[in-house]
Structure formats: structure tokens, C-alpha cells
Ligand binder design. Structure first.
Ligand SMILES: [Zn+2]
Length: 317
């Protein structure tokens, strides 16, 4: 099967041509998600046409388009339900109709954390395992769950993928979602500047002189004994570990995959979470393995074929 796979991120649109399960060509274009999705569709369509032509194929050689989107998506209709500040106009856009009218192809769309899970399940760290949870530590915290080979979606596409908003600190920091003490509010790049600025030792910390405050800086300065960076690192590890134990309680996975940009520090993060899980997760049947994602940014493109096959099997009698 040939298909087009699109990962519509907040900063970049990553596009791939998949043939027989392999990504044979890729193109990356700027997302400009701040101006919305509608104004970007002509560029997206042109890039997909270029990608197909670059390998000597036609659009009609492809079975369809699979899209990973950074928001909640209605499972049956493919309607985008929310925007979280990226592509603000997306909930009013019918991407399925756009693909049919402009490319002549069916389109399947799914939440980005769920696509990361499907990609890792099919081609990466989740191969051969039908009970999985993924936690993506990026700007925010994305999650998704696979139970007995079924991707958990729920009636409104929310099931499993909003666990970054599980409360891990009772009455804790206010989150953008309206809840208090969410894992995302307590330990994610999006909240890092706010978390650091509230600490009394921040002005004297090396972190206050960093042009960009991210977890790479936190882990780097913590390693030199900076007290502010060390406190933020240790709190964040506790938050992520607590979240993983909560997900193990909720979804009964055999393996938990940790992905996202923060995994540059994976040699420290993965053993810390594994140790916490070994101590605190109630799994009398055995041990849940905490593993790093293998596919990185490409996981959504690798998930495209599975998603499109699922969609075609639902719509073709
Ligand atoms: Zn929240």
C-alpha cells in the first residue's frame, strides 16, 4: 500500500510518502499554525503533490492520507474538536472533505499522542506487545493507551489521551485545562518558566541566565549541583513517575513507552521512572517495563498505514 502521512505539528508539518510500510520520501514545511489551518491547506496540498511526484507517482497511486493532529479528534467523523492554541480555526474545517475534493483521496485523522503510540506499537518500542501506554514529554504531556490490541478512544476521542491532565498534586498548580495539579502543570516545558520563577533560589541560579529555559538546561545545571535546577529536576521526575504509576493502575500495560523531546536526558529519566514503578506500582503479576520511544519524530508517519487501513476497513464493506 502507498499512502501519504502528515504530522501537523505546531511548528512544522512533516510529510511522508509511505510504500509497503516504509517511508520512502519526506518533506518538511513550516506549520505557521498561528495563522490557522485553513490558510495553510493550499501549501499542504502542493507539498503532498510534490512528494508524490518526486518518486514518479501520481496521487491516484496512493490509497489515502493519514494525518496526525495535535488536538482531540472525533473518532468516527474525523472532526477536529479542539485547538489548544495551535491551528485555532481547525475545529471548523472538514479535512476529510478537503482531501476528497482537492486530492481525490480518503483521509484518516487521529490525535498526535495516539499516533505516536500506534507508530511505536507497529514499528518501534512497542512491537510485539498489545498492552501499551505511551507518555510523550514535550512542550506539554501527551498520553495514549492500547489495551489488548485496541487503541483506546472513547465516545469523544478523549479516552487515554488526556492523562497529562490527571492530578498528581492535590490542589496544586493551576493548569491551562482548568484543573489543579495536573502533571502537565507540575512538570512540562510549557510551565517551566512559571515554575522556576516562583522559586526563591531562581534569581541566583544559573537557570535565570539561560536564554531558553527548557529541560535540557534544567538537567545540565542540576548535574553541576545548582540547587534550583536540582529541585526542579527531582520534582519533575517525581511527577512523571507518579503519572506513570497512575497510568499503570488505570490501563494495566505490560510496557510504558516514554517519548518526547525531553528524552535527550533519557539515561537519567528512564531509570528513575523504572525504579519508582518497581517500588510503587501494584502489579502482582510481574514487572512493567519502562522503555524509551524508538522512532522519535517519525512515529506519527510510521502510524499512518495502520490508521488508514483501519479507516478503509470501516468504510469499505
Ligand atoms: Zn491540566
Amino acid at each position: 500500500m502507498k499512502l501519504l502521512a502528515c504530522d501537523l505539528g505546531g511548528t512544522w508539518m512533516k510529510l511522508g510518502l509511505v510504500d509497503g510500510g516504509r517511508i520512502i520520501a519526506q518533506e518538511v514545511i513550516p506549520a505557521h499554525s498561528d495563522i490557522g489551518l485553513g490558510p495553510r491547506l493550499p501549501d499542504l496540498g502542493a507539498a503532498l503533490r510534490r512528494l508524490v511526484a518526486s518518486q514518479g507517482f501520481k496521487l491516484s497511486d496512493c490509497a489515502g492520507v493519514a494525518v496526525s493532529f495535535p488536538s482531540l479528534v472525533e473518532p468516527e467523523t474525523g472532526r477536529i474538536l479542539d485547538s489548544y492554541g495551535k491551528y485555532r480555526d481547525a475545529p471548523g474545517i472538514d479535512l476529510v472533505a478537503w482531501a476528497r475534493e482537492n486530492l481525490g483521496l480518503p483521509l484518516a485523522i487521529e490525535n498526535d499522542a495516539r499516533m505516536a503510540l500506534i507508530g511505536e506499537w507497529q514499528h518501534g518500542a512497542g512491537r510485539g506487545c498489545d498492552n501499551l501506554v505511551i507518555v510523550t514529554l514535550g512542550t506539554g504531556i501527551g498520553t495514549s493507551a492500547l489495551i489488548q490490541g485496541r487503541v483506546l478512544r472513547g465516545e469523544h476521542g478523549q479516552a487515554g489521551c488526556l492523562s497529562g491532565h490527571l492530578s498528581v498534586r492535590y490542589g496544586g498548580r493551576s493548569c491551562s485545562c482548568g484543573n489543579l495539579g495536573c502533571a502537565e502543570a507540575e512538570a512540562s516545558t510549557a510551565f517551566l518558566a512559571e515554575i522556576a520563577a516562583e522559586r526563591a533560589d531562581f534569581p541566583s541560579s544559573a537557570l535565570s541566565r539561560e536564554p531558553i529555559l527548557d529541560y535540557a538546561a534544567v538537567f545540565r545545571h542540576a548535574a553541576t549541583g545548582d540547587t534550583c535546577a536540582t529541585a526542579i529536576r527531582d520534582h519533575s521526575l517525581l511527577v512523571w513517575s507518579t503519572l506513570v504509576v497512575n497510568l499503570i493502575v488505570a490501563y494495566d500495560p505490560e510496557r510504558v513507552i516514554i517519548g518526547g523531546g525531553i528524552l535527550a536526558s533519557r539515561d537519567l529519566i528512564l531509570p528513575a521512572i523504572q525504579q519508582f514503578v518497581d517500588r510503587h506500582a501494584h502489579t502482582p503479576w510481574g514487572r512493567v517495563h519502562v522503555v524509551g520511544a524508538e522512532l522519535g519524530d517519525a512515529s506519527a508517519l510510521h502510524a499512518g498505514e495502520w490508521l488508514l487501513r483501519e479507516k478503509l476497513s470501516r468504510t469499505t464493506p
